[in-house]
Ligand binder design. Structure first.
Ligand code: FRU
Length: 493
């Protein structure tokens, strides 16, 4: 595995053509996705600035051009009219060189439109000559011509009462409130994760520190909270964030989590009162830094998209100099004090051809490179395997045990394994017996929506050419569609 020097990781992008050779190699990879957004070159991580504006969805992603390494981060811009098919627009926010406020990375953030402009709030990751970090909250304005204009001065610097881990501004604009809030993920000086709140009457100026968000009972929950957000869904407030450096039951040795509380937010006392425990957002292996879109036209609705990856993990495509993709967008609702994530209804447009399944001599079905499988199940045990060989061996298994009510996803049977130190199976107890599955397969991922979104398992998988079969056992009725491509793999910087 390549060892990156600091100079290599933080090299400034001067001429896009420098990346052409890299892209030409990467584009040949068998693991390039067909309907999920992915890094044009190098590494993609968090979705940023997800917003509805001018009849389009705008989305950006954290992008390090040079390879599968968390080096110099940029915002790469993509758009969609329907959240199904996407168009690349190229890099949008680049770090300012040498002594700019974001000289070592344009880190994550959010967006809000005003008039015909989109305002982009992000963390300027600044490092001085001794490599000491300072985080600034910065603003840029994006016109309809797609050209970003950075404000020359940051909105504010890091709060001195916390460590330098302060990042990921999320703009909150509640209907009926004449004040805007901004949430920032942070770390206290005694190393507890927390969320800072800033407020202003004007989106462009006058941001003041309002206080630390109080979350009674969770003062000691991980050592850093990344990507916080508060959404209003189904009459409830939902606090979403990524607590780090702690383990959670059922999540192996994983140190980084993305989850939420359902509860009530009192903006006057800056207190979020959870009405239950912390829930994991996605039970799969690879999901983090989820972002909900701003400026939705329907109140009470939320659309979420996440990075299909996790921090501090090497992926098999690292050797091909790229890593990372985004999940499908999901619609959020609240049911039985839990968040329910459903694939957006528009995603049915991806369905191309319904395939009538015929099994081979070993009882296996052939799996297309991009497919959706919908399965209705009668009460009882269910055993499914995806990405097996033609004899039904190996692969990723989905097992539902009706006696215990547990559904388990296990990817240890894949030939190419990775991140096994964080465990290779994930489990979730279902409140109701397994009755329905919708499964989206792309070249190197699987998203499993269980019982109409009551649980979701999102995972990267890297099947070998032989691993393209599936096995279905149980009292079930399955349908399979091939899916149309929805992203264009092209060299556009
Ligand atoms: C989450 C995160 C953010 C940060 C960004 C940097 O994955 O660490 O907190 O802004 O990634 O790429």
């Amino acid at each position: 595995m390549k060892e990156w020097t600091r100079e290599e990781k933080y090299r400034y992008l001067k001429d896009p053509q420098e990346l052409k050779g890299l892209y030409d190699q990467i584009s040949k990879s068998a693991y390039r996705q067909t309907f999920h957004n992915q890094a044009v070159t190098g590494l993609m991580n968090d979705p940023n600035g997800f917003v509805w504006h001018d009849n389009k969805w705008h989305l950006f992603y954290q992008w390090c051009p040079w390879g599968a390494v968390h080096g110099l981060k940029h915002w790469y811009h993509i758009i969609s009219k329907d959240l199904v098919t996407w168009r690349n627009l190229g890099v949008c926010l680049l770090p300012d060189q040498e002594d700019g406020y974001d000289n070592r990375g344009v880190y994550s953030g959010s967006a809000m439109p005003i008039g015909d402009k989109i305002y982009l709030y992000y963390t300027g990751n600044h490092r001085n000559e001794n490599w000491v970090r300072h985080a600034y909250t910065c603003l840029a304005r994006l016109g309809n011509d797609g050209w970003p204009e950075k404000y020359p001065l940051p909105l504010f610097g890091a709060n001195p009462d916390y460590t330098e881990h302060q990042r990921d501004p999320k703009i909150i604009c509640m209907p009926g409130m004449d004040i805007y809030y901004m949430l920032i993920g942070a770390q206290t000086k005694d190393h507890h994760g927390c969320c800072l709140v800033y407020s202003s009457h004007d989106l462009q100026h006058g941001w003041q520190f309002a206080g630390e968000l109080k979350v009674p009972g969770y003062e000691n929950f991980g050592d850093m909270w990344e990507c916080p957000s508060i959404e209003y869904i189904g009459g409830k407030d939902v606090l979403l964030f990524c607590p780090q450096h702690m383990t959670l039951p059922g999540r192996g040795q994983s140190q980084n989590h993305n989850g939420y509380f359902i509860g009530h937010m009192d903006w006057y006392s800056l207190t979020f009162t959870p009405e239950g425990q912390f829930h994991v957002l996605d039970f799969g292996f690879d999901s983090y830094a989820a972002a909900c879109a701003n400026n939705l036209q329907e109140a009470d609705k939320a659309v979420l998209i996440a990075w299909m990856g996790v921090p501090d993990v090497s992926y098999p495509t690292d050797e091909e100099n790229w890593a990372g993709c985004l999940t499908l967008p999901r619609e959020l609702t609240v049911r039985n004090r839990r968040l329910v994530q459903q694939p957006l209804p528009e995603l049915k447009k991806l369905r191309d051809e319904r395939i009538s399944l015929t099994w081979n001599e070993f009882g296996c079905y052939e799996l297309p490179r991009a497919a959706e499988v919908e399965i209705d199940c009668r009460k009882g045990d269910v055993n499914l395997k995806f990405f097996t060989n033609e004899k039904g061996e190996g692969g990723l298994s989905i097992v539902y045990d009706d006696a215990t009510g547990y559904i388990t996803v296990d990817r240890s049977g894949m030939t190419i394994t990775f991140n096994e130190q964080e465990g290779s199976s994930r489990q979730r107890h279902l409140d109701q017996y397994l009755n329905h599955l919708r499964i989206f397969i792309d070249s190197s991922s699987i998203e499993i929506f269980v019982n109409d979104g009551a649980a979701v398992f999102t995972s990267r998988v890297f099947p070998t050419p032989e691993e393209h079969y599936m096995v279905i056992e149980g009292d079930v009725f399955e349908r399979l569609w091939t899916l149309k491509p929805a992203v264009k793999d092209e060299f556009l910087i």
